[in-house]
Each structure stands twice: as structure tokens, then as C-alpha cells.
Design a binder for this molecule. Structure first.
Ligand code: DAH
Length: 339
């Protein structure tokens, strides 16, 4: 009997299986009720009393060995099984390189954040627009030369369908549906028929702000501009307003900020003036309020509009506008640390 046990132990030690079905066959062969190990246990009855201790121990060892071996075979198969099913050969090698946010998105979010702190909420409008929202409602007369200020891409003539040339179109879209108080900030892409160069592109981005309520004054506009400039460019930033012209505002102004490269002393960046221009603004022309259904005797408003590329250039000194849309990873990666 001992010889039989030892022979089985060697046999079991050498067992191999290449599938779960084979393991199960082995289990049945050795460990099931009629399996070889179990049959030996049945024979145990006939063992002479003085041998019972030695053979009993050997039998138990055999059973343990067989159970462990079968379990080990099963484990080794299931771990290779799971590698096969979980292995995703298309996965990026880790650690996964995180992308970075586009500089224009970073600056747009920063501008929105500053105005949000003043109670402005984001409003958006379509990029494909009609003449009314881009020009007529904003006090551009049909034959007014101001229409030539913006080189429009027309999709269709009569009725005109065009790509918006400025985000001021969102002003009229909001005003025609909403009565004051209105306090909105409108970020978005705009299009102009310009030859592409380092300094001009046929599409770029703007943020428009509009505040309409009773008793809104130019002083409110100026204070908002100062707050924005100092939040965006630092607490020492100074602002300067120069008279200007826009059809939709009266009076109109352009705002400069002190050049932070030379601290206002004058350098090549600010063309030796100590100032750099960053946005247009003014008090909403009463004609605009009226054409959008707002009572201009009761309500006043201010508006301002700025180019996001321009602000980004000032913050990050990007010299060539084309960099923003070329998607050169070497350029985009420079902004990784910013977020
Ligand atoms: N829409 C003007 C442009 O694209 C910018 C602008 C100027 C917006 C003055 C305004 C404003 O709201 O008051 O050049």
C-alpha cells in the first residue's frame, strides 16, 4: 500500500494541464468519490492495525498533495486567462502624459472669472449670423462706412447670412429677449476677411461685456475697467481711456494699460509710449437699446469688447498670432505648468 501511495505521489507531482477542462478531469481522476485517492482511503479499512498510523499519515499527505496540486494548476491557468482578457494592447504606456490647456482657453477662463466676481454671467450666440444682429441692430446704418471697419465673410447675400465679425452681436441677441438688469459676458470666435500674417488672422476670439440697468454711468464703466486690468495684469497696472468711435456706443473709448514690460517708461513693445491698447468700450448708444426693445429713457448701459489673442499676447508674449491655431505641440506644451 505504501508503494502505491508513493507511486501516486510521484505521478501527481508531475501532473500538467493546459486548460480548465483538463484540470477538472484530473480532479475527477484523483479526488472524486471514485477517484484513485479516494479508492485508497476505502482500502484503508483492510490495513493491518499496526500499520494504520503510518499508512494513515501517508494517505493524508497524498490527499493534501493532490488537492494542492490541482488547485495550483487551476490558479496558474486562471491567472493566464485573466492576462489574456484584461490586457489592452492599445493603452498608452503609463505614466500617461497629460495634455495642457490651450493658452487662449486659459486666458478666456481668467477673463470670465474676473467678470463673474462682478456678477456677470456668460452668454453665447451663433457664429453664423444675420446682418441684423451683427450690424443693423448695433446702429450700423446700411450705407455707413463703419461697416467697412470689419471685413465680413458673407455666406449668402439678400437676406444676408454672414460669419460674425464681433461678439457684440450677442448683445443684441440677449437684449431682444431680456429686460434689464442685464450683466453678461460673451466669449466667442469671430471672423474677418484678413490676409493671414503674424499680426492678423481670419479668425480670432473676443470677449464682450454688457451691463444695462437704471443709472449706469461712465464712472461704473471706468471702475469696472480698472478692476479688470488690475486683476488681469497686476495691482500696479494703470489704465488710460482715449476717445474713439464705435457705432454702438456713445461716447466711445479705447482703453490702454501701462506697459508692464518697461513699467511705463517706454520700450519697443509699447512703441515707446509707455501704454498698450487692449480694448474698446463705451456707453451703449440709445439707438441700440431701442432697436432691441429696451426703454432708453429708463435704462443706460455700458459695453466693452476685447480680443483674447491680444490679452494673451500681453500676458505670455506670443509674437506670432498663427501660433495659436497651428497646434504645434512644442508651443502648446509651454503652457503645461499654467494648469
Ligand atoms: N466690437 C468691437 C470690435 O470688434 C469691439 C467693441 C468696442 C465692443 C466697443 C464693445 C464696445 O462692446 O463698446 O472691434
Amino acid at each position: 500500500m505504501l508503494d502505491k501511495i508513493n507511486a501516486l505521489r510521484q505521478e501527481i507531482d508531475a501532473l500538467k494541464a493546459s486548460s480548465a477542462a483538463e484540470v477538472e478531469e484530473l480532479r475527477i481522476k484523483y479526488l472524486s468519490k471514485k477517484g484513485e485517492v479516494s479508492l485508497l482511503f476505502n482500502d484503508f479499512r483492510n490495513v493491518a492495525a499496526e500499520q494504520k498510523r503510518v499508512i494513515g499519515q501517508a494517505l493524508n499527505e497524498l490527499k493534501n498533495q493532490a488537492t494542492e496540486k490541482i488547485n495550483a494548476l487551476r490558479d496558474s491557468l486562471s491567472s493566464t486567462d485573466s492576462i489574456d482578457s484584461d490586457l489592452d494592447l492599445t493603452r498608452t504606456e503609463s505614466p500617461i502624459a497629460l495634455g495642457s490647456r490651450h493658452p487662449l482657453s486659459l486666458v478666456r477662463e481668467e477673463i470670465i472669472d474676473i467678470f463673474r466676481r462682478l456678477g456677470f454671467t456668460v452668454a453665447e450666440g451663433p457664429e453664423v449670423e444675420d446682418d441684423w444682429h451683427v450690424f443693423s441692430s448695433l446702429n450700423f446704418a446700411a450705407d455707413h462706412p463703419a461697416r467697412d471697419m470689419q471685413d465680413t465673410f458673407f455666406i449668402q447675400r439678400n437676406p444676408d447670412v454672414l460669419l460674425r465679425t464681433h461678439t457684440s452681436s450677442v448683445q443684441s441677441r440677449v437684449m431682444e429677449h431680456t429686460q434689464p438688469p442685464i450683466r453678461i459676458i460673451c466669449p466667442g470666435r469671430v471672423y474677418r476677411n484678413e490676409a493671414i500674417s503674424a499680426r492678423a488672422h481670419c479668425f480670432f476670439h473676443q470677449v464682450e461685456a454688457l451691463y444695462v440697468d437704471e443709472n449706469v454711468s461712465f464712472a461704473d464703466l471706468r471702475q469696472t475697467l480698472l478692476y479688470f486690468a488690475q486683476e488681469m495684469f497686476g495691482p500696479d497696472t494703470k489704465i488710460r481711456l482715449r476717445p474713439s468711435y464705435f457705432p454702438f456706443t456713445e461716447p466711445s473709448a479705447e482703453m490702454d494699460i501701462s506697459c508692464d514690460l518697461c513699467g511705463g517708461k517706454g520700450c519697443s513693445f509699447c512703441k515707446h509710449t509707455g501704454w498698450v491698447e487692449i480694448l474698446g468700450c463705451g456707453m451703449v448708444d440709445p439707438n441700440v437699446l431701442e432697436s432691441c426693445g429696451i426703454d432708453s429713457k429708463k435704462y443706460k448701459g455700458f459695453a466693452l469688447g476685447m480680443g483674447i489673442e491680444r490679452i494673451t499676447n500681453l500676458k505670455y508674449r506670443v509674437k506670432d498670432l498663427r501660433m495659436f491655431s497651428e497646434n504645434d505641440v512644442r508651443f502648446l506644451e509651454e503652457f503645461q505648468s499654467a494648469h
